[in-house]
Write a protein that binds this ligand. Sequence first.
Ligand SMILES: Cc1cc2nc3c(=O)[nH]c(=O)nc-3n(C[C@H](O)[C@H](O)[C@H](O)COP(=O)(O)O)c2cc1C
Length: 167
Amino acid sequence: MGVELLYPMRTYLIVSSDGERTNVMAADWVVPLSHEPFMVGVVISPKRLTYEFIEKTGEFVVAVPTLDLKMKVWKAGTVSGRDEDKSTLFKFVPSAKVGVPSIEECVANLECRVVEKKEYGDHVFIAAEVLHSTYADFAFDGGARIDRIRFLAHTWGRAATFDTRYY
Ligand SMILES: Cc1cc2nc3c(=O)[nH]c(=O)nc-3n(C[C@H](O)[C@H](O)[C@H](O)COP(=O)(O)O)c2cc1C
């Protein structure tokens, strides 16, 4: 067993673009880095088309999906944009601060610009500043509302979500 031991994890979507084409992939390996400035880290294999697009533009969006989107998220995470156009899976809307679009169906979208990259083994850690974020008030009212929104999580191979009450 390896990274599976760190699961369950949340699942996110990474939106990227080469300036013409928009692509989306699933990503579990997303981590907060700083409050001020707001920064996040994403860990992406250099084999992904997403990686190639981020290399080109230096921008991406981290979108927060809900459990009801699990089939589309699974497709985004199992098919490469190199083999199939994934741009019709979600409804894309313009972002405020980056050229890469946000996803309308997601409860939050974090618009990111790459600050630094470092290769670790078979993946690359990408540190980015969140230039702007949009979110559904209903989902983040006084913290994440697991009693209202079924945030998407992953057990390594299977979709999951949270209990709907707090402890
Ligand atoms: C739930 C889930 C989470 C994933 N998390 C990551 C991740 O954090 N980093 C990564 O490089 N690949 C991750 N993947 C794999 C990519 O999403 C997958 O290889 C995708 O097809 C890449 O698409 P692209 O080539 O269009 O960029 C994940 C896949 C799934 C199903």
